[in-house]
Design a protein around this ligand. Structure first.
Ligand SMILES: Cc1ncc(COP(=O)(O)O)c(C=O)c1O
Length: 394
């Protein structure tokens, strides 16, 4: 009898399912759950952006666009990168419009990685890098970041991890799940190490707009870095456009061309409607970002304070919309804590181990949820933690 498992490639067969996905599966069918699991804005896309998408359909823009993305959108991206981050990229050959930042990450890895190439991945971090590297036969070199360093990649740790096989260094800041950011000084110290290697940097800046206090700095703005950096960004987080599936990469022409070739064969072009909407977002969306960011900031302050009051401390995140909460003193593993919290109090959060083994002893909470929602989650977690202490005391 035909067994489709035998038909799979070794690489596909060996791919582990995402730890976040596994936790979502536990949620399905449960009633009354307060979930803080999802990393997407709870705001609907602002109306003027939705209208631009609707108008594009009404006007009959229902065809493929240029493979690289519409010239208008690429010009807007070029202006945006200059205006917001002080980076200059040519719309014709240094910018590629992709299906979310996710596709841009995949393209960058596929364009650069051969069998046995090493890729530095700071952990804990977003879940897609490792599996995509492994699909190319590359070797993931995880570099643990520590709470004592604010979960920032340090030059010492980077220096210890690089070798003559290092092909790519991933810099996922602002960080999902820790909320850590790298400021200019941090980046300057990493640059000293990077410049001694032939490695390219993949700078995943999807949360660049969501920093609280300090403005985001891209490593590509540092001397001699732009030519070896692929900056990846997108519309999902800053403009509340996750479902529109639109992102982009900015990189020197040779790197962009290699990514473009793969994109052309695999995707053809990013969704047309979304490109029209995104053009409007970049033209007139700065105020939307500020409004949403102010709300995230309010929630961030509430949550960090409230969690420490109930005995679940976390570092105050400086970017993105997550807190990485410490659980180690509760006497349960991350998975046990999250499973029991869900079973006994109907609150869903993601175990830190979903973001790398070093996430043991932590859990990630997203604050892309309303303040009322967060308050109820905190009340329930308080009851749970108290019940654990009671058991421990007995
Ligand atoms: C760090 C990071 N990079 C990339 C992505 C993917 O974003 P997109 O929706 O643009 O594909 C996410 C989504 O959660 C993320 O957290």
């Amino acid at each position: 009898m035909f067994d489709s498992n035998n038909a799979l490639s070794t690489k596909a067969r060996n791919l582990k399912p995402s730890g976040i996905r596994k936790f979502f599966d536990l949620l399905s069918g449960r009633e009354g759950v307060i979930s803080l699991t999802v990393g997407q804005p709870d705001f609907a896309t602002p109306w003027h952006i939705r209208d631009a998408g609707i108008d594009s359909i009404a006007d009959g823009h229902t065809f493929y666009t240029s493979n690289r993305g519409t010239p208008e959108l690429r010009s807007e991206i070029s202006r945006y990168m200059d205006r917001r981050f002080g980076l200059s990229y040519c719309p014709e050959n240094e910018i590629l419009v992709t299906v979310g930042a996710s596709e841009a990450i995949d393209l960058a890895i596929r364009a650069l990685i051969d069998e046995e190439d090493e890729v530095i991945v700071p952990v804990p971090s977003f879940v897609c890098y490792g599996p995509l590297i492994e699909m190319c036969g590359g070797r993931v070199i995880p570099v643990e970041t520590a709470p004592k360093d604010g979960f920032k990649l340090t030059p010492e740790a980077l220096s210890d991890a690089v070798s003559e096989k290092t092909k790519l260094i991933i810099l996922p800041y602002p960080s999902n799940p820790t909320g850590a950011i790298l400021d200019r000084e941090d980046l300057a110290a990493l640059r000293e190490v990077i410049l001694k290697t032939p490695a390219v940097v993949l700078s995943d800046e999807i949360y660049a707009e969501l920093t609280y206090g300090k403005k985001h700095t891209s490593i590509a703005t540092l001397p001699d870095m732009k030519e070896r950096t692929i900056v990846i960004n997108g519309f999902s987080k800053a403009f509340a456009m996750t479902g529109w599936r639109l992102g982009f990469s900015c990189a020197p022409e040779a790197l962009t061309e290699a990514m473009f070739k793969i994109h052309q064969y695999a995707i053809m072009c990013a969704p047309t409607v979304s490109q029209y909407a995104a053009t409007e977002a970049l033209k007139n969306g700065d105020d939307d970002i500020e409004i949403m960011k102010a709300e995230y900031d309010r929630r961030r302050k509430y949550l960090t304070k409230a969690l420490s009051e109930i005995g679940l401390p976390c570092q105050c995140p400086e970017g993105a919309f997550y807190v990485f909460m410490k659980l180690s003193h509760c006497g349960l593993s991350s998975e046990e804590f999250c499973e029991r919290l869900l079973e006994e109090h109907n609150v869903a959060i993601v175990p830190g181990t979903a973001f790398g083994d070093c996430g043991e002893g932590y859990a990630r909470l997203s604050y892309a949820y309303s303040l009322d929602h967060l308050k109820e989650a905190v009340r329930r977690m308080d009851r749970f933690v108290k019940s654990l202490n009671y058991v421990a005391f007995l």
